[in-house]
Design a protein around this ligand. Sequence first.
Ligand code: CTP
Ligand code: CA
Length: 228
Amino acid sequence: ISSAVSKGPLAGKRIIVTSGPTHEPIDPVRYIANRSSGAQGTAVARALTALGAEVVFITGPATVRPPAGVDVVAVETARDMEAAVQAALPADAGVFAAAVADWRVASASNRKLKKTTDGQPALTFAENPDILRSVAQMKTGRPELVVGFAAETNDVVENATAKRLRKGCDWIVANDVSPETGIMGGTENAVVLISATGAETWPRMDKSAVADRLAAKIAESLTKEPSR
Ligand code: CTP
Ligand code: CA
């Protein structure tokens, strides 16, 4: 009897989890990034693994360490992350917790930018691929359950409900990251789970508790048939 065969409600299910920020280079020594620590995505990957899932954990340069027992794919940029997600398909579910940079520098310099006497560098930007949207809108081979996150600073439910429809994902885990909540970079999260059937407000709790509850919901959804 192999101890490598996992047990639990998600045994035999393959789930892609994206996590952390992405770094978008300006030149070989500088980059554009965001304040994501990777804590929530890491907690989700750990919780799914604990329920027996085979997790492919695709992470940008996070400050927290990846959980044990997952297949780690470390990436830097949004485009790297997109390629890693495509390579990891097919999967039963995808949970897109990464804080993907919306823009990259249109043409990163392959030499360090130097101070000159004629002023500051003018950076121009290009939009990054929307990884969640491309998976959610796959015509064939789409994961059965596609879950996005939405960090908002205002009108959380309205913005996230519109985002769910625009992206074409099944669920959005929405949270308020306005500075006064202290959520960005903290250990707790307060989320609203938005699906086709409405919005479910969860109390503020540890990111690990949010992850456990989300993983349990994912297990329920992947092991029953009906509408989500
Ligand atoms: N996402 C993604 N690829 C991107 C941008 C976002 O996969 N290039 C995913 C995130 O991982 C998250 C969801 O999409 O699950 C929502 O991210 P968010 O930044 O809230 O959405 P955007 O469409 O970028 O909208 P906004 O203008 O509010 O940033
Ligand atoms: Ca964004």
